[in-house]
Design a protein around this ligand. Structure first.
Ligand code: PLP
Length: 474
């Protein structure tokens, strides 16, 4: 097997590469100019029989892989939800890979299990999550959300865990969301046997927030029709526009009907660290579960999504299943395998611990605040120009907008112009934005969330957009 003797040199080589990369990720095109299949075609069909020198592998990494990478660390990555990883978290990932523990039973790594509990209390405290809630780390919000809904299903007391959902009489189970709720909720409904059609899309108000009156009516009607509400999903920071559902009012409705309230704050939750945005958490204390993604806007590399639970026993009830070979005599400890589908779990708390300590909460708050301010400035530039529309309220660090040249008001034509604009802007390799549809209108979307993004980057993005728009007209 591999000689440890060369490891220090190899790792030093990797560390130098990482440092150089993070110093200037913008030296690469943010979106690579490659065609589908091009990278795979450059790679051999089979692995080598004999060992290859580390340097040869690094050379291929630099020459073949990196040119085909979409650079999420590029400060002008403004697509989807912009993210980035900071050096402390990267170093922690290397340590976690080295220890390679599986955080499943307390005894399979006591320090990893206990650090997860401690860091979750830190994070919960920063976000204003009520004392006594439990935070558990999952890979993604999709899995954390699925886990919460599985717990909600179990809480219905229909013996689904034991007897399943087929071959017997069960009421139709319903989940209430909106058209702006992230698609993982529908996927969870599919996987949990609820069915996609039983995810009720409650109408929204003019600011893309769940209409609470409509929710109340939908629930009452379904109950009258013999259906069984399983959960309401409120979103704090929806994916398209970052609209914020009125959680406290939704909680009133859920309490009246005894329905599980799940809050998806995957992107926006971390902004509750800012005193001026604490209100993002209003009403969350009355929910049963909450998801926040440190891998979105807390500068933690994939993957790290946190599910906070008012009563952790609900998830254990859904998932705990202990075969003989995993029983222990450790007593009153938290065995993380009891909280989801997964048995072996990565040591994800380590990168959160390193990052919170090495950046310090003050610097994190400053960056979040700066991102929000940059987005507001960008929206101000759009507002000041007649040929650009802002298409939705922008409470945080995402702006939805479009180019709207004078005299063109046909939606199909505007969609074509903006879709072309998007392609051309992204083809520059200098910036990367994505799109969505809002009320059927095609919208460009600029998301600020990368730790390295500065005002110069947003100014450059605005200049590129205007330049390409002029070319589009020409
Ligand atoms: N929830 C919201 C509001 C999102 O915006 C996203 C992704 O952008 C998700 C959930 C899914 O996140 P993940 O990729 O962690 O599953």
């Amino acid at each position: 097997m591999e000689q440890l003797g060369t490891f220090e040199d190899d790792f030093a080589r990797v560390a130098r590469w990482i440092a150089g990369y993070l110093e200037q990720p913008e030296r690469f095109a943010v979106l690579p100019a490659v065609r589908p299949g091009e990278i795979a075609a450059r790679l051999p069909d089979a692995p080598p029989e004999e060992p290859e020198p580390f340097e040869a592998i690094m050379r291929d990494f630099e020459q073949t892989i990196v040119p085909g990478i979409t650079h999420w660390n590029h400060p002008r990555f403004f697509a989807y939800f912009a993210t980035s990883s900071v050096p402390a978290a990267i170093a922690a990932e290397a340590l976690a890979a080295t220890l390679d523990v599986k955080v499943m039973l307390w005894r399979t790594s006591p320090a990893a299990a206990e650090l997860e509990s401690v860091v979750m209390r830190w994070l919960g405290g920063l976000l204003g999550v009520p004392d006594g809630w439990t935070g558990i780390i999952y890979d993604t919000a999709s899995i954390a959300g699925f886990t919460a809904l599985a717990a909600a299903r179990e809480a219905l007391d229909l013996a689904i865990r034991e007897d399943g959902m087929t071959g017997r009489d069960l009421p139709r189970l319903r989940i209430y969301a909106t058209e702006h709720t992230h698609s993982h909720i529908e996927k969870a409904a599919i996987a949990l046997g609820i069915g996609q059609r039983n995810v009720v899309k409650v109408p929204c108000d003019s600011a893309y927030r769940m209409d609470v009156g409509a929710l109340e009516r939908a629930l009452a009607q379904d109950i009258a029709d013999g259906m069984r509400p399983l959960a309401v999903v409120a979103t704090v920071g929806t994916t398209s526009t970052t609209s914020i559902d009125p959680v406290a009012w939704i909680a009133d409705v859920c309490e009246r009907h005894g329905v599980w309230l799940h809050v998806d704050a995957a992107y926006a939750g971390v902004a509750a660290m800012l005193p001026e945005h604490r209100a993002l958490m209003d009403g969350v204390e009355r929910a049963r579960s909450l998801v926040v993604n440190p891998h979105k806007w807390l500068f933690i590399p994939m993957d790290c999504s946190v599910l906070f639970l008012r009563d952790e026993a609900t998830v254990r009830r859904a998932f705990s299943l202990v075969p003989e070979y995993l029983t222990t005599t450790d007593g009153d400890v938290r065995n993380y395998m009891d909280y989801g589908l997964q048995l072996g779990r990565r040591f994800r708390a380590l990168k959160l611990w390193f990052t919170l300590r090495h950046l310090g909460v003050g610097a994190i708050r400053e960056r979040l605040r700066a991102h929000i301010a940059l987005a507001q400035t960008f929206a101000g530039w759009l507002d000041a120009q007649a040929a650009w529309d802002v298409l939705a309220p922008h409470p945080l660090s995402v702006v939805c907008f479009r180019y709207h040249p004078r005299g063109i008001d046909d939606e199909v034509a505007l969609e074509a112009i903006n879709a072309r604009l998007l392609e051309r802007v992204n083809a520059t390799g200098e910036m990367f934005i994505s799109h969505t549809k809002i009320d059927g209108r095609y919208a460009l979307r600029l998301a600020i969330g990368n730790a390295r993004t500065t005002s110069a980057d947003v100014e450059a993005a605005w200049a590129i957009l205007r330049r390409v728009a002029v070319q589009e007209q020409g």
